[in-house]
Every structure is written in structure tokens, then in C-alpha cells.
Write a protein of this length. Structure first.
Length: 600
């Protein structure tokens, strides 16, 4: 058993809560720009003082409406300025926020609102409101449903501001100051890769500890005056924790709800850094590579990629030699500067979490001048429990524990975590709590390795280990990550539990597919189904599989693959909103396909 602990910082006092951040900024740095919000194609500044006044106005409305200390309030919306505004208003009213992904089905909405006992809910659109109305009769606790975008009431912000116009400021301050650090700040429901989502109770102490740990980890990024453009769903704990950290550190925060506009928004907002899941970085890399090859500049891009990776690798072994430095300098002008420009031109780093990034992509981005600080955490750890930093960066790992956090590797290889960022309980689920927490140690369900310097490497998921008919244990995640790194491939799911060998289901990337067809002389109108058995397509997928097999022994290697005719999707229940595979759903949906894989 190996264990590593990061020194604790200033502990969170019992009388602190998240709303303190807001009024501390407003009182001490009132003219600082806390947000830039989109309005009719422009970014408008919102100062700390203005934001606090808006939060105060909405909190008054919530109190006047009947929201009381300890009530739960749902929040279902895309990433937008109002999401963060309402989050703080709910806290200022003494209540707890229950995030709901805006893509959730009526069944999921019903479960979350019912299980949490939410008294009110904010929704964004008419469609969201219809989902709530569809299940409202079965939600005994729900009394209020406010719509952020509404032509009838002017929207929830205006409606609640008007309702609370006669409530005194002192009423809000008395309410918010009555909330202690150990009280509930949010119930965040897990994505639910298996079974019903569990409600993770996060206290004000949990999130404040995460904020302080993140500021400690990224002093260069979390510096007043820097900027962050947020595009991940705020219902995801990573996006929310980073947003709260940015506000606490007086980093200017922007929101963009539609990733289709992300490149344009990056160009106009020009952030200092971004936060994303690995799939976003894969898309940036694949799109750049596809564009270069499509324009006849494939050779120079491939050279630039190779040099970037070598340059990054050299940083871990004493630095690059003169010839490599010279190549890097030239290619920086020709290629790397253009890639950085696609991120707005001022982006100096990125933070990644939610899934493994992969060493090659990590080296590539560090080599072009945008290091991606990969971290590891779960909803139950208030986001990051481990993270790579500028001063402690080891590619292939998820870094050291954040301040005040301990990591332990159990005898069976499971990663255990302990500290103020770790939750105390699942809401209304005592059994799950007992199964996950032991003497303060959270059993993550992930497998990992810990080196002597405290760097953690995640090697797989305990429940996802495949045991072949021959008794060989195989962790699928590493194979899948390598296969997905191929620009032609969108998703991959390794199969083979109790089967004679390892196989994989593969889906094709819809964005890259047209370019691939053009490069290989295939009809532009040809679908994946129509190209079933095409030798070029099979060869391309086999190449990705071969690359993955280099990492493992012959017994663990993938022997066969099948190309599916459509991608996995959230709509079919095959992936979560945070892009994690629901293996049980995919296995059920493609049971016949998997069986056929082993019969041919």
C-alpha cells in the first residue's frame, strides 16, 4: 500500500460559505471586471459590484417567493451567465443548488427533482418547462418553476427582481450569514454510467477547499486580470469548480453555450486559459491535422507534430538540443502560432479532466506552447483531487494531490482519496455512502499507480476490468484512448468479458469522414454502412487498433473489430453528458453485433 499527502492550506472556517466570495469582491474590488457576457454579438463587462447587486436582487425574490434556509432548488440550463448568477442567488437565499444537464430527459428530470426534494427549479427554455410540467404532478415538494428565457414574464431574473424589490438587503445578508461551512451547498447527481444517478452532497466547505486548492495549484493562471472562457456544461462539477475558482481569484469569466460558435467566441473573448475534457483537445488536434492535409500541407503538419512531441519530451530530460530548438523555432512561426491563434491568441495553458488525455496529445499541446494540465477527480471530490501544475508536471499522470488531500493505493490497486474536498454522503442513499466511504477514505472505483513523488497514474476502472475466457485481466480504457486518438474514429468500446479474445466496437467521426472519403477516392455521398467491408476503411481502423496493441501483451491485444454504422449518442443513452461510455447500454444495444464478432 502506497500513500501520499499534500500539505494542507488555511482550513475553511466553520462560519464561511460560498456567498462570502461575492461580497468580498464587491466590497474590496468593486470595479474589477468579474464577467464579460455576450449581448448581440458583443462582450459586455460586468463588474464585481454589479454582479453582487444582481445576485442580491434575485436572492430577495427567492426569499419573497418562499425559498427558505436549506431548501433545494434545481437549475437546468446551458452554460450561460445566468447559470452562475442563479447559483450564487440560491446560496445567498440560504438554499442549495441541484444542477441538471440541459439535455436530460423528462425521466431524469423527474428522478433528480424527486430524489432531491427540490422546492423550486430554474429552466432555460419552453422545452425544459414542458419536461418539468410533464412530471410535475408526481413531484410533491416542487412549488416553483421559473424560466430563464420567457417572453411572457421577461424571464426569471426580471420576475424575481420585481418580486423582491421591497425586501431589505439585510434580510439577504442575515439569511446567507446563517449558512455554515458544513451545510449543504449543492446536490450534484452523477452521470450514471450504471443504474440511477446518485446525488452527491457537496458542502460549502468541500467547494471552498477545492477553490483554495485550485488557486494554490495554478497561481499563474488564477491571477487577477486573467480570463477564462467557459463552455463545458456547468452541471458538470469540473466546469463549476473552475468557474467558482475564477470568480474567487478575480479572473474574468465568460460563458459560451454553443460549442458550434466556440472558435469564433475564442477569437473575440481571447482567454488566458481554457478548461475542457479530452475529447475537445482531440477535436482541436484532429481538425487542424485534417485541414492541413486537405490543403496539401500534410507533410509540414506531420513534421510540426513530431517536433512538438520531441520538444515536449525533451523538457523532461534536460531540455532540447540546439538542432531541435532551431526546428521548433521555425515551426512555431509556420504552424504553432496558427494553432494558438485558434484558441484566441492569448491562451497560455489549458486544464483537462473527466477522462485520460493520452501522452501523445499531452506532449503535442505542451510542444506547441499550450500545456494541458491534466487532472483527476470525481463529483465526490468536488472536481480535482490530483492535478499536474506548471511546477509539477509529469505527462502520462494526473499529477499530485491538491493541497490538503491524500491519495492511497489499496492492496487491490484501487485509488482512495481523503481530504476536505471529499464529500460526506450520497443524498438519501445510506447504503451507497457506506460502500464508498471508509474512515473518511473515498473508494473511487478507479485503479491506479502512485510513484514516490506523489504523481498518480490512472490505469483503469475497477468494475470495467475485462476477464477473458482464458483468465486474462484487461483494462479497456488505455486501448480505447489510443484508438480514439485516430482522427477517423469517434468512439471505441473494448469487449471480451468471458470471451476467447479481446474485440472492439468502433464508430466513425462524422466531421472527419468527408475529408477521409475525398482523400481515398470514395463517393462523397457514401455512408459508413455503404462502405462496410471497404478495404481502405478497414485498413484505417486496423492501423488505429495496431497502435493500441503496441501498449499491451499479445494476450491483451485486440484481435477483431467491427465498425458500427452510427456513433454512440446521449440521445440513445450510450454516453453521458460528460461523454463517458455507458458500457452496459452499449453492450445491450449491440448484443447481436458483439455475438457476431465472436462467431465469424
Amino acid at each position: 500500500m502506497r500513500e501520499y499527502s499534500a500539505p494542507a492550506m488555511r482550513p475553511v472556517a466553520d462560519n464561511e460559505n460560498l456567498s462570502d466570495i461575492l461580497w468580498a469582491n464587491a466590497e474590496r474590488f468593486g470595479d474589477s471586471v468579474s464577467f464579460r457576457r455576450q449581448s448581440q454579438g458583443s462582450w459586455l463587462d460586468v463588474t464585481a459590484r454589479e454582479f453582487a447587486a444582481q445576485v442580491m436582487a434575485v436572492a430577495k425574490g427567492l426569499i419573497e417567493a418562499g425559498i427558505e434556509h436549506g431548501d433545494r432548488v434545481g437549475l437546468m440550463s446551458k452554460t450561460r451567465y445566468e447559470w452562475t448568477l442563479l447559483d450564487f442567488a440560491i446560496w445567498a437565499a440560504g438554499a442549495a443548488t441541484v444542477p441538471i444537464y440541459e439535455t436530460s430527459s423528462a425521466e431524469q428530470v423527474e428522478w433528480i427533482l424527486s430524489d432531491s426534494g427540490a422546492k423550486g427549479v430554474f429552466v432555460e427554455t419552453d422545452e425544459h418547462l414542458a419536461e418539468v410540467d410533464q412530471v410535475r404532478g408526481r413531484l410533491g415538494a416542487l412549488q416553483f418553476a421559473w424560466q430563464i428565457e420567457s417572453t411572457h414574464t421577461g424571464g426569471a431574473i426580471a420576475e424575481l427582481t420585481a418580486l423582491g424589490s421591497k425586501v431589505a438587503d439585510d434580510v439577504v445578508h442575515e439569511r446567507r450569514r446563517g449558512v455554515g461551512a458544513g451545510e449543504l451547498a449543492s446536490i450534484v447527481y452523477t452521470s450514471g454510467t450504471t443504474g440511477r444517478p446518485k446525488g452527491v452532497e457537496l458542502t460549502h466547505r468541500n467547494l471552498l477547499a477545492e477553490i483554495r486548492a485550485d488557486i494554490n495549484a495554478f497561481p499563474q493562471l488564477m491571477d487577477a486580470g486573467n480570463s477564462l472562457l467557459l463552455f463545458l456544461p456547468l452541471a458538470h462539477v469540473l466546469a463549476r469548480a473552475i468557474a467558482l475558482t475564477a470568480i474567487a481569484a478575480r479572473v474574468t469569466l465568460g460563458h459560451t453555450p454553443d460549442v458550434k460558435n466556440l472558435v469564433a467566441d475564442l477569437g473575440t473573448f481571447r482567454p488566458t486559459f481554457v478548461v475542457a475534457v479530452p475529447r475537445v483537445f482531440e477535436k482541436v488536434y484532429n481538425t487542424a491535422k485534417q485541414k492541413a492535409h486537405g490543403e496539401g500541407k500534410g507533410r509540414i503538419f506531420d513534421l510540426a507534430e513530431s517536433v512538438a512531441v520531441q520538444y515536449s519530451q525533451a523538457q523532461d530530460g534536460g531540455g532540447a538540443g540546439l538542432p531541435l530548438k532551431a526546428q521548433h523555432f521555425v515551426l512555431d512561426k509556420l504552424v504553432y502560432a496558427k494553432l494558438r491563434a485558434a484558441l484566441g491568441g492569448r491562451c497560455v495553458a489549458a486544464v483537462s479532466g473527466g477522462a485520460p488525455l493520452g501522452p501523445r496529445l499531452a506532449h503535442f499541446f505542451r510542444g506547441i506552447g499550450v500545456p494541458v494540465f491534466e487532472g483527476y477527480g470525481l463529483t465526490e471530490t468536488s472536481a480535482a483531487a490530483n492535478v499536474n501544475t506548471q511546477n509539477a508536471f509529469r505527462v502520462g499522470t494526473v499529477g499530485r494531490p491538491v493541497a490538503g488531500t491524500s491519495v492511497r493505493i489499496a492492496e487491490d490497486g484501487e485509488v482512495l482519496l481523503k481530504g476536505d474536498v471529499v464529500f460526506d454522503a450520497y443524498y438519501n442513499n445510506e447504503q451507497a455512502t457506506k460502500e464508498s466511504l471508509d474512515d473518511g477514505w473515498f473508494h473511487t472505483g478507479d485503479l491506479g499507480e502512485l510513484d514516490a513523488e506523489g504523481f498518480l497514474k490512472i490505469t483503469g476502472r475497477k468494475k470495467e476490468i475485462i476477464v477473458t475466457a482464458g483468465g486474462k485481466n484487461v483494462a479497456p480504457s488505455g486501448l480505447e484512448d489510443t484508438i480514439r486518438a485516430n482522427p477517423l474514429i469517434s468512439q471505441a468500446m473494448v469487449v471480451g468479458d468471458r470471451r476467447p479474445f479481446i474485440g472492439v466496437l468502433v464508430t466513425i467521426d462524422e466531421e472527419f469522414f468527408p475529408a477521409w472519403k475525398a482523400q481515398h477516392g470514395k463517393p462523397a455521398s457514401a455512408t459508413v454502412a455503404e462502405l462496410a467491408g471497404d478495404p481502405d476503411l478497414d485498413a484505417a481502423v486496423q492501423s488505429a487498433v495496431d497502435e493500441a496493441n503496441k501498449q499491451v501483451s499479445h494476450a491483451e491485444s485486440i484481435k477483431k473489430f467491427v465498425i458500427l454504422t452510427r456513433d454512440f449518442s446521449e440521445a440513445t443513452g450510450e454516453i453521458t453528458p460528460s461523454l463517458k461510455l455507458k458500457r452496459n447500454v452499449v453492450s445491450k444495444n449491440y448484443a447481436e453485433t458483439i455475438d457476431a464478432l465472436y462467431q465469424r
